[in-house]
Design a protein. Structure first.
Ligand code: PBG
Length: 336
């Protein structure tokens, strides 16, 4: 540790501004770097060839049919390594028993298959929570106002196998049930999908920053005033995040995620330092929406704030970032 006296003694010999003087020098001494290899683009799918912009997420669309293929074609061209898929179901098509999610013919599975065929080199990451399907918008099965843990695990394990059969490369459980990673790993292995990976949403907080995502997948009105605090983590807790990550790794997770992003940089750093495993961070919908809204008002510079947020994730120790701005950022990075 430098004492105040020492800092004074070193001046004027030491001038930290010298290394900030030129752009070339700032590039040389930069401690963290952001590249296209760090980025994952989340995509909302719909069973409709028309596309709709999500009002609370300007520039982000629900995509289906040829539009989806065209968009992923651009992502592929930009060399973004992977995409994370989320299906949109309107309230009328949601069910209590969510059986449709297990149909190999549903539009998520058809989209996975189609994307795999067109873009064999891009990673397909799929979510196994129930909130995209359920009438109540919760991530698990519900009985007597309780979110059922083990019953939900049994269902998402089958769902994971269905997605793997369609061509998913990596299953991303985001519903925070206890023991889900182990149950999914076992089901995948038993079905012959031992090569399909698991990216666990290990430290996922009960966050208000998910609001625009819930608009995008159609779960917001279903959820109403309810919350997810009995399974997603309390924003006050950090040690608990380490326990969550440790358990998921023991159960067979190949990589782990912290979510949301910017308000939880301390957790990203702790997880990376404690486990030294591939650690991802999700810059969630609310983080994206805040920057978009403020920039639309002329109050913030969108690109500048976005790049600053993304490099902050790298500085904290993240290996990869799920961001709605991934495609745009890849374009910026390509421009140089
Ligand atoms: C669903 C899920 C959510 C997000 C990803 N998967 C929302 C939630 O838990 O309510 C949020 C992503 C975002 O806000 O961008 N289990």
């Amino acid at each position: 540790m430098l004492s105040v006296d020492k800092i004074h003694a070193s001046f004027p010999t030491t001038r930290l501004r010298r290394n900030r003087r030129y752009e070339w020098l700032r590039r040389l001494v930069a401690e963290s770097h952001l590249s296209v290899n760090d980025l994952i683009q989340p995509i909302f799918l719909c069973d409709d060839p028309r596309y709709t912009e999500i009002p609370s997420m300007p520039g982000i669309y629900r995509l289906g049919g040829q539009r989806l293929i065209d968009y992923v074609g651009e992502i592929d061209q930009l060399k973004i390594p992977a995409i994370a898929l989320f299906p949109y179901y309107p309230k009328e098509e949601r069910q209590e028993n969510v059986v449709s999610m297990l149909h190999r013919e549903n539009f998520l599975c058809r989209s996975i298959e189609n994307l795999k065929k067109h873009f064999p080199g891009i990673g397909l990451i799929t979510d196994v929570a129930l909130d995209c399907y359920t009438i109540h918008g919760q991530d698990g099965l519900v009985a007597d106002h309780e979110i059922l843990n083990d019953e939900t695990n049994a269902l998402i394990a089958q769902y994971a196998v269905t997605q793997a059969q369609a061509g998913a490369d990596m299953i991303a459980p985001s519903e925070m049930m206890d023991g889900r990673v182990g149950v999914i790993r076992h089901a995948l292995d038993r079905a012959g999908f031992e090569k399909v990976g698991i990216l666990s949403y290990a430290a996922k907080y009960a966050s208000h920053f998910y609001g625009p995502f819930r608009d995008a997948v159609g779960s917001k009105t279903c959820l109403g005033q309810a919350d997810k605090k009995t399974y997603q983590m309390d924003p006050a807790n950090a040690n608990e995040a380490l326990r969550e990550v440790a358990l998921d790794l023991q159960e067979g997770a190949d990589s782990v995620m912290v979510k949301p992003g910017l308000p939880y940089l301390d957790i990203v750093r702790m997880v990376k330092e404690a486990f030294k495993v591939p650690t991802f961070v999700y810059q969630v919908s609310g983080e994206y929406a805040m920057l978009k809204a403020a920039s639309e008002k002329g109050w913030l510079d969108y690109e500048g704030c976005m790049l600053e947020s993304l490099i902050a994730f790298k500085r904290a120790g993240a290996d990869g970032i799920l961001s709605y701005a991934s495609a745009h950022t890849a374009e910026i990075l390509k421009r140089g």
